[in-house]
Structure formats: structure tokens, C-alpha cells
Design a protein around this ligand. Structure first.
Ligand SMILES: CSC[C@@H](O)[C@@H](O)C(=O)COP(=O)(O)O
Length: 368
């Protein structure tokens, strides 16, 4: 499990599966306070949009249970990373539950319990959303592609490591695999931090899928050879006009997919839709440190004498690097957005608004 709440005698803790150590080691990272959790979010020990929402909500529960200032905790957690809208959403939900309890004359312990109950509710909802996205996505692929085995290309990691359930895009791939319809999963390595090579390949191997890893820049020739039937990716934020922010490298795949007449499908829960962000240009894209590009970072320590987490420089010392963590794909390049509440296709502002008005997340929760 990517994240869990535990209550040892010394006090409650949030336990994260440290994703920077995968696939070499499955190591737990135990957070006893909010600064440790913020650091885990920044270092990508915990990552991926839906899981960041859960981390934010449980982080508030942790702050409340350990007697820290909940509003200060909310401020630092919500701003730990800027792009995935789910982080602020999870924080706001738990904070709202905490303050509602205080308004109802709850004592500190009862208010902390209310925050924890909200985090657990979000966790359950996220798992259910995964199942529903998987079903909708599988049905969509059955409509779009001929039967007989799909070759799906994916980018970054969108599986059980980013979710309370099976994930987003990878949850769809898993459903297709279980139905015997996955001919091949093409896994982009996802430079610079290799979420595809380290995490998606790890999940695909455990699920027994036929998968092949490729360098990101090998995708073009795969399309040209007719080896890709569909692209499935997740999202960190979907703007009101349907623009999709996702891991850097997603936009070039969308361009390739359009040129080669291949469906480009985004799979994300409604908690990733952000009607308060009007368009793609308004999405804040996280800029990460240059050393992630100038160095090859080995997050674990497979080489004798190499310290875990340090990088091997591959560019001349002093080289400047451009390192946006995400890019934005315009709606006209997206064939469909699959959510737990249905599929939007074509992707238009009206389609997003219509989904929003009938979804759970449109139930006032995002404006808390
Ligand atoms: C459901 S996961 C969708 C996205 O969150 C995922 O593709 C992604 O871009 C994650 O980026 P990361 O920087 O690893 O948090």
C-alpha cells in the first residue's frame, strides 16, 4: 500500500512506501510530523496526483492528532508542490472537517478524529473512483480499438502507487490485461526521474503484463512503425477548458498521437478537474532543480561506494538545466478524458462544465 495510517503507542504516524527507493527496495518512510511529510512530498517519496490528495488529508489528521497548528500545517502542505490540484483538495477537505467539528464544540481529540475520518473517506472514494475509471476506460478502448489485443503506450506512473486503489490510467491497463486484451504495454522511462522505468515497470511486472520499457525519445519511431494503438496517461490538473497538465513528455506524445491518428486518452478522477483554473496557460507548472537533469540520480544504492540519493554528473559542471516537472496538452489533442463519473469526448469546456455539475467534486467541495 502506498500510504497508511498507524497508531503505535508513541502516537499516530503516516507511513509512506518510499517511492524513491523503488524498485530496488520496499522501504517504509514513517512521518511523525508535517515537515517530514512536506519533505517526502517534495522529494517524491510520495507522489502522483490522487495520492498527493490523500497525503494532504492524512497530513492534516496527523497535525491535529499530534497537537500541531492545523492551519499552519494546511498552508505548508498545500504548497509543498504546485501543480497537482488534488493536494490542496485533500488538505481542504480534512481542514474543513476539523473546523466543522470545532464549531460543533468538539474537543481537540474529537476534531482530530473528524479530520482522520475525512482522510479515510477520501481514501475510500479514491479507491472506488479507480474501479469506475477502469471500467469506463476499458469500455472506451473496446469502442475505439478493434478486438484482438491492444498495444498501449503510457508515461510516468499512474498505478496503485499513486492512489488509494488501482490508480488512473494504469488501472485501465490492468483491467484490459485482466480481460486478456493487453497485447503490450509500452512504458516510457519518463526522464528525468524515471517514474516509468522504476515504478510503472515495477507495477507491470508484478501484474504479469507483457511490457516493454523505452527511452522517451524512442516513442516517435514506435508510432511510425504502427506499434501503438492508444496512449493512456493520467493528469495532475485539468483546467476548465479541458487542458491537461501531466508529467513532462505527455504533450509531445499527444502531438505524435494526433499525427499518427492514435487515440490519446487521459484518465483522471474528478478531483483532478479544476474549474477555477480557466485554461492551460493558467496552470502553474512546477520547476524542479536542475541537478535532476544534469545528473543521473540513483535513488537507491546499487553501486558499491555510491551514496543513496546522490547524482552522477553527466553534463559539464555549471551547466544550466531546464526542468519543468509537467507540461500542458491542449484539449484539441485529447481524444477523451475518462473520469469515474463518465467519459468526456470530445474534450470541450462545455463537456468539463457538464461533468463538473453532476460529479461529487462539484458538490461544493472544491471551493472549501
Ligand atoms: C494519477 S497520476 C497522474 C499524474 O499525477 C502522473 O502522471 C504524474 O505526472 C506524477 O508526477 P510526479 O511528479 O511523479 O508526482
Amino acid at each position: 500500500m502506498a500510504l497508511r495510517w498507524e497508531e503505535p503507542p508513541e502516537g499516530p504516524v503516516l507511513v509512506l512506501l518510499d517511492q524513491t527507493r523503488l524498485p530496488a527496495e520496499e522501504v517504509d518512510l514513517v512521518c511523525t510530523d508535517v515537515p517530514a511529510l512536506v519533505e517526502a512530498i517534495r522529494s517524491l517519496a510520495v507522489r502522483g496526483a490522487p495520492l498527493l490528495g490523500l497525503a494532504g488529508a492524512y497530513g492534516i489528521a496527523l497535525a491535529a492528532a499530534r497537537g500541531f497548528d492545523v492551519d499552519e500545517a494546511a498552508e505548508s502542505l498545500a504548497h509543498a508542490r504546485p501543480t497537482a490540484v488534488n493536494l490542496g483538495y485533500g488538505v481542504r477537505r480534512a481542514v474543513a472537517a476539523y473546523h466543522a467539528a470545532i464549531r460543533d464544540d468538539a474537543d481537540d481529540a474529537q476534531a482530530a478524529a473528524a479530520a482522520l475520518a475525512e482522510a479515510r473517506a477520501l481514501h475510500r472514494e479514491d479507491a472506488e473512483a479507480s474501479d469506475r475509471m477502469a471500467a469506463h476506460g476499458q469500455a472506451l478502448l473496446d469502442e475505439l480499438l478493434p478486438a484482438g489485443g491492444h498495444r498501449i503506450l503510457t508515461h510516468c506512473n499512474t498505478g496503485a502507487l499513486v492512489s488509494g486503489g488501482e490508480g488512473t490510467a494504469l488501472a485501465v491497463v490492468k483491467a484490459v490485461h485482466r480481460a486478456g486484451q493487453l497485447r503490450r504495454l509500452w512504458v516510457d522511462e519518463t526522464r528525468p526521474l524515471l517514474q516509468g522505468a522504476r515504478l510503472t515497470a515495477y507495477e507491470a511486472a508484478r501484474a504479469g503484463m507483457a511490457y516493454t520499457l523505452l527511452a522517451d525519445n524512442a516513442a516517435g519511431s514506435l508510432f511510425a512503425a504502427g506499434e501503438v494503438d492508444a496512449v493512456l496517461i493520467g493528469a495532475d490538473r485539468i483546467a476548465a477548458d479541458g487542458s491537461v497538465a501531466n508529467k513532462v513528455g505527455s504533450y509531445p506524445l499527444a502531438v505524435l498521437a494526433r499525427y499518427h491518428h492514435v487515440p490519446f486518452v487521459v484518465v483522471a478522477p474528478t478531483t483532478t478537474v479544476d474549474p477555477a483554473t480557466p485554461d492551460g496557460a493558467s496552470i502553474e507548472v512546477e520547476q524542479r532543480p536542475g541537478h535532476e537533469v544534469t545528473d543521473i540520480t540513483i535513488p537507491y544504492a546499487p553501486i558499491a561506494g555510491h551514496e543513496a540519493g546522490t547524482g552522477v554528473p553527466v553534463a559539464p559542471l555549471g551547466t544550466q538545466a531546464h526542468n519543468p516537472a509537467f507540461d500542458v496538452t491542449p484539449p484539441e489533442l485529447v481524444t477523451a478524458i475518462v473520469t469515474e463519473d463518465g467519459v468526456i469526448s470530445p474534450v470541450t469546456a462545455d463537456g468539463i462544465a457538464e461533468l463538473w455539475s453532476r460529479s461529487r467534486s462539484g458538490n461544493g467541495m472544491m471551493s472549501i
